[in-house]
Design a protein around this ligand. Structure first.
Ligand SMILES: CC(C)(COP(=O)(O)OP(=O)(O)OC[C@H]1O[C@@H](n2cnc3c(N)ncnc32)[C@H](O)[C@@H]1OP(=O)(O)O)[C@@H](O)C(=O)NCCC(=O)NCCS
Length: 317
């Protein structure tokens, strides 16, 4: 068995097979066009589709990788950049499952990624629990969500400003970077890729509209959010709150934006820095996340993995 990079034709062949798994809400044509549109997005310029091939060249399993920025924090506080890889869409056809092909793909891919000169780590978001990926050296991270209901009112009340979609670069520049010795960090293009998913799915969500804002600021604090997939919810992609008051103000604006857009709830991923603040936000409830379990695999032996490592929703692929 060996690893190969998929051609455009092979990607289209995989799309036809993966539709049954990831095409919910979409027609086959809608799914194929979604895949093409997302692959044309600037964030996908660092995307590779990998194939595990048998000796006869037949494809046994596949997945995608997105090159993701990551940083090592030096003792003086400066950040040294490197390359990490977020893995998505791990897939084995039903008739080929249970033969260890996905595991073999993960193992060969890790060896391939570790050969990259600036390699730091691989990151994935498991929808099938931790066991499959733990076999290939991935460590599971905590996965808690905070949920809030939509509330009526002007989203811009009680915050300093609402963020326009073209303000993602500016917003990311305001966010404090994690203190951890190693961390991943999204680019503005990655955040916009999430919004692009929402621009595709909004046509399939009756009664919903695209949120007018992409986040909010209050004082030094910043939130980035959007409609990002097939669920009618406002997803907080990034949140940097300097105080419980700021967390309340920003999430209140998110709740009002969700209401204005006809969305059913606000969802926020818990990160270590947010954990002490969120219990102080009235009406927010904490639930164990279903799916999207973050898992990390170091690609070099000396990678200083903090426990717990911050993984904001904006990093999801
Ligand atoms: C998950 C998947 C890629 C595994 O492919 P595979 O080639 O059969 O994987 P392997 O043979 O290497 O390993 C199979 C293991 O995956 C586990 N697995 C498969 N689907 C699972 C699921 N939905 N939930 C939990 N575990 C699952 C199997 O139980 C088996 O575990 P075991 O060997 O400890 O009993 C394949 O089932 C698939 O394509 N599923 C649909 C798409 C999907 O969910 N992809 C994962 C996204 S994170």
């Amino acid at each position: 068995m060996h690893l190969a990079v998929a051609t455009e034709e092979q990607k289209a062949q995989r799309d036809a097979l993966t539709y049954s798994e990831w095409g919910k809400r979409l027609t086959v044509e809608g799914y194929v066009s979604r895949e093409q549109r997302l692959r044309a997005h600037p964030w996908a310029s660092g995307m590779v589709t990998w194939l595990l091939c048998g000796e006869d060249g037949g494809v046994l399993a596949s997945c995608e990788t997105f090159r993701t920025d990551s940083f090592l924090r030096s003792p003086d506080g400066s950040l040294a950049p490197g390359d990490s890889f977020a893995i998505a869409s791990v897939f084995t056809e039903e008739r080929l499952r249970g033969h260890g092909y996905a595991t073999r793909l993960m193992d060969l891919l890790a060896a391939e990624m570790a050969r990259q000169p600036r390699a730091h780590a691989a990151l994935l978001f498991s929808d099938v629990g931790p066991r499959l990926y733990a076999r290939s050296g991935y460590h599971e991270l905590p996965a808690w969500d905070w949920l809030l209901s939509p509330t009526p009112g002007d989203p811009s009340a009680l915050v300093d400003s609402l963020l326009p979609e073209d303000g993602l670069d500016w917003a990311l520049g305001r966010l404090r970077r994690p203190e951890a010795p190693f961390s991943f960090w999204p680019t503005p293009a990655q955040l916009d890729w999430h919004l692009e998913r929402g621009r595709i799915y909004v046509d399939y969500l009756p009664g919903c509209s695209l949120p007018v804002s992409a986040g909010a600021t209050v004082g030094e604090s910043t939130a980035v959010w959007g409609l990002v997939g097939r669920k009618d919810e406002l997803t907080v992609l990034m949140l940097d709150a300097h105080s419980p008051e700021h967390a309340r103000a920003l999430l209140g604006a998110a709740q009002r934006e969700a209401h204005r857009s006809g969305l059913s709830r606000v969802v926020l991923w818990e990160e270590p820095a947010l954990a002490p603040l969120l219990p102080l936000v009235e009406g927010a409830s904490r639930v164990a996340r279903e799916g999207s379990l973050p898992m990390v695999r170091p690609l070099r032996r000396d990678l200083p993995l903090a426990d717990p490592l911050p993984v904001p929703r904006g990093l999801w692929v």
